[in-house]
Design a protein around this ligand. Structure first.
Ligand code: HMG
Ligand code: MG
Length: 303
């Protein structure tokens, strides 16, 4: 088994993390968090979402966030868009990369985007066509690939069908997401292996929530399949408002600690990353979910 020598970390804290916060987070805090994350060396930072503010009020300041970011050369700031209206708003805000997000089950698609899988894919096809014509990059996320809060078990074939559709419409990268963190390494491997029959592993990414404490093991299983792009969230913030019981994403600090230990290069500075996590946890008034951040902070204090 050969693991990738380099991994691209996609930081989703400002979007996936903050979309689930019960109390509003100030726009200036979101911008400061993004600045700290880019200073830590993260190459991709999901900045916000151009979704309906009636559905996710936490992302209503999307245009202000985009306007306030001091963009660092070489860093991408993808934003979620569910439909053409979202794409138009993202374009107006100067986005250069957008993320369409579908689901592997009908019920989750309805709960999250109020449409069937096929209706969602038709919207994404329109978004992709226009976005690609405007020279944007388009990423495709697939929710509930390893289990659904409404339908339970999800077959890899259901994931493959959506992945192929996103591939056909021109997504450069396709993200297999375990929205509610129920997956285990065997299921992770089986799902990636099934998708890899149609889409090369270099164009696949993993997005794991850590609800059942399986996220690092699942990342390791995906790494062993050759996957080299992973989403994670500083301090383990996050969750999906339409996936009840889902806790945060795997903490970026924990993923980085593991990758550093494996000698895998990411370009991210763990001390600066931990400081970014301390910043946002300080604002939110709660402790980090990252075990590595907690342990390293305690060690630094004791020294
Ligand atoms: P709908 O209610 O069916 O949409 O929602 P609609 O077209 O009937 O529009 C309803 C209202 O929303 C209208 O306003 C529209 O103009 C407006 P009104 O006329 O009532 O004043 N609207 C919009 N406003 C701003 N931006 C837009 C937009 N679209 C419509 N883009 C819709 C359908 C898809 C819009 C809605 O369901 C939605 O916004 N869903 C997004 C839910 C969401 O953001 N979930 C979290 C992100 S996904 C996630 O976290 C999973 C991920 O992390 C991977 C994983 O872990 O699985 C990515
Ligand atoms: Mg998520």
């Amino acid at each position: 088994m050969t693991l990738p020598r380099k991994v691209k970390l996609v930081e989703v804290g400002p979007r996936d993390g903050l979309q689930n916060e019960p109390t509003p987070v100030a726009t200036a805090v979101k911008i400061e968090l993004i600045h700290r994350l880019q200073d830590a060396g993260l190459p991709v930072i999901e900045a916000t979402a151009f979704v309906s503010p009636k559905w996710v009020p936490q992302m209503a300041d999307n245009a202000q966030v985009m306007a306030g970011i001091r963009r660092k050369p070489g860093v991408s700031y993808p934003v979620l868009v569910p439909n053409r209206k979202g794409l138009d708003a993202a374009l107006a805000a100067g986005a250069q990369e957008v993320v369409v997000f579908g689901a592997a089950t009908e019920t989750f698609s309805q709960k999250n985007t109020n449409c069937s899988i096929a209706e969602g894919l038709a919207r994404f096809a329109e978004v992709c066509k226009e976005a690609l014509a405007q020279r944007l990059k388009v990423r495709g996320d697939i929710s509930v690939c390893l289990g659904c809060p409404y339908e339970g078990e999800v077959k890899p074939e259901a994931v493959v069908r959506v992945a192929r559709a996103l591939d056909d419409m021109g997504c450069y990268e396709i993200t297999i997401a375990d929205t509610i963190g129920v997956g285990t390494p065997g299921k992770t491997r089986a799902t990636f292996e099934a998708v890899m029959k149609s889409i090369p592993m270099e164009r696949l990414a993993g997005h794991f929530h850590d609800t059942y404490g399986q996220a690092l093991a699942n990342i390791y299983a995906a790494l062993a399949c050759g996957v080299a792009t992973f989403d994670s969230s500083v301090a383990g913030l996050g969750g999906c408002p339409y996936a009840k019981g889902a806790t945060g994403n795997v903490a970026t600090e924990d993923v980085l600690y593991m990758l550093n230990g494996l000698g895998i290069d990411t370009g991210v500075d763990i001390a600066k990353l931990i400081a970014a996590g301390e910043y946002i946890c300080g604002v939110l008034g709660r402790p980090t979910h990252s075990k590595a951040a907690r342990a390293l902070a305690a060690k630094a204090k004791a020294a």
